[in-house]
Design a protein. Structure first.
Length: 106
C-alpha cells in the first residue's frame, strides 16, 4: 500500500518516506525499483535515507522487545511513500535486515 491509497488499517507503526529524494525523477532509474542495485546505490548515497534507516531501526530495536514481552504474536510496521516503488522498498529492506539481525528474529 502507498500513502496515496491511505494508511494501512492493520499497521502498528507507519513511517513516511516522502521526505527522501525520489529516484523516480532520475530518468535512468524511473523504470527500476528499490530491489534493483542502481536504485539501492542511489539511495545509499543519500544521508537522509541512511539517517532514516538508523532512526527507524533504533526505534524498533528499542520497542519491539516490549511487544514481545507482552506476548504479541506479530507487529506490523508500514514503510510508505508516494508510489511504493523505490524509497519505501529500499528503506523497508534495509531496516528489516538491520533490525532482524540485531534482535535475532527470523
Amino acid at each position: 500500500m502507498v500513502i496515496k491509497d491511505g494508511l494501512p488499517p492493520d499497521a502498528d507503526f507507519v513511517f513516511d518516506m516522502r521526505c527522501l529524494q525520489n529516484p523516480y525523477w532520475e530518468p535512468e532509474l524511473r523504470n527500476l525499483n528499490g530491489h534493483e542495485q542502481p536504485v539501492k546505490d542511489f539511495l545509499s548515497t543519500q544521508p537522509k535515507a541512511q539517517d532514516m534507516i538508523k532512526d527507524i531501526a533504533d526505534f524498533l530495536e528499542r520497542w519491539m522487545p516490549h511487544y514481545r514481552d507482552l506476548e504479541r504474536t506479530y507487529l506490523t510496521v508500514a514503510i510508505e511513500c508516494t508510489g511504493g516503488q523505490y524509497r519505501s522498498v529500499y528503506i523497508a529492506e534495509a531496516v528489516a535486515k538491520k533490525t532482524l539481525e540485531k534482535l535475532k528474529f527470523r
